[in-house]
Ligand binder design. Structure first.
Ligand code: ATP
Ligand code: ZN
Length: 318
């Protein structure tokens, strides 16, 4: 019997995702990166008229930012901390011996004062807060960052390292609610232009522990989170490719962000999961970018023959 390869197997066979032997940690080839670049382009275009302030951060944040963010209260299971060697030469010798014998060798690794960024918007709030009260128009930031979440999975849509592009709005409740409502509508237009099937639904974050269920229920009850879901994995529910989050005054209080008239600021963010959107497009338009619908290609800013520019194993072998 000939069993149809899964989407995951197809991606590996085509060299689009390069396995590294750890679940959810992948290399990517030129085809995948061309799609990511196209998405970046399309997202920039979609946000252009709002003239957001652009911020780019490395994939880690200072430990004190991270601690204050409260992430460990809600998602300790996802966090990744950075440690580096803090010993002397004797220590190094010991470590190399332990490594060679296949023994644990991490005891001399000390916290580097950095934590892997779990969501792109986390570096934005303390940055804005340091500037003092907001202008009366509030703030709008375009942020893009590699993120880490320790959630190893066999589903190709669940990465441990992935890129998140966000538009982050900070201001009065009216400004922030209008922004989110507007973006739910714009998100649907965006997904339509990508030519992928989708639905938008109320959602919750995967809060940790027994208290987590209550947090998730309350988040749903208050309609704080919506997701744009796309069918990608066979035999599984649709995957969240974009999210539309309203945090009320959570980050405003955490970072003491104030509006012009001294009220605690409200915040919202619109997150684009770049890898997931790329996989959604591969799923629905196929692996040959030159064969994608003309209007989708134009929306992504692709030239006439994308395949020429991305390189392929065949090209190298020929
Ligand atoms: P999920 O419910 O699938 O775990 P989430 O609700 O935790 O996702 P958010 O915290 O809202 O996701 O993150 C913003 C966006 O980042 C999501 O809409 C999604 O597109 C993307 N994303 C989140 N987690 C992952 C992951 N593990 N791999 C790839 N993309 C992800
Ligand atoms: Zn966010």
């Amino acid at each position: 019997m000939n069993i149809e390869p899964t989407f995951r197997e197809q991606l590996i066979d085509a060299g689009i995702l390069i396995p590294l032997g750890v679940d959810g940690v992948w290399g990517r080839n030129g085809v995948f990166e061309a799609i990511c670049a196209g998405l970046e382009h399309a997202i920039s275009e979609a946000g252009l008229n709002d003239a957001p302030e652009v911020m780019r951060f490395p994939p880690a944040m200072p430990q004190d930012y991270f601690e204050k963010s409260g992430y460990m209260k809600n998602f300790p299971h996802f966090a990744g901390t950075i440690h580096s060697f803090d010993g002397d030469e004797r220590g190094q010798h010991k470590l190399l011996g332990q490594m060679a014998r296949g023994e644990p060798w991490m005891e001399q690794q000390q916290p580097a004062g950095l934590v892997l960024t779990p969501a792109a918007c986390y570096s934005v709030y303390p940055t804005l807060a340091r500037r003092g009260p907001l202008a009366n128009v509030g703030a709008l930031v375009d942020v893009y960052c590699w993120c880490f979440r320790h959630e190893p999975s066999l589903e190709p849509t669940r990465f441990q390292f992935f890129r998140m592009r966000e538009f982050v709005r900070v201001g009065t409740v009216a400004q922030v609610m209008a922004f989110r409502e507007d973006w739910v509508a714009r998100g649907k237009v965006f997904a339509t232009s990508l030519g992928i099937p989708f639905e938008v639904d109320i959602a919750n974050d995967p809060f940790f522990g027994r208290g987590g269920k209550l947090m998730a229920d309350s988040q749903r009850e208050q309609a704080l989170k919506f997701e744009l879901l796309v069918p990608i994995n066979e035999g599984a529910g649709p995957t969240a490719c974009m999210s539309f989050n309203y945090h009320m005054t959570h980050f405003g209080e955490t970072w003491d962000m104030r509006t012009e008239d001294g009220e605690v600021a409200h915040t919202a963010c619109i997150g684009f999961g770049i890898e997931r959107l790329a996989l959604a497009m591969l799923r629905h338009h196929g692996f040959d970018l030159d064969l994608w619908p003309v209007d989708v290609r134009a929306f992504m800013g692709f030239g006439t023959k994308v395949s020429k520019s991305v390189g392929s194993v065949d090209a190298v072998e020929a």
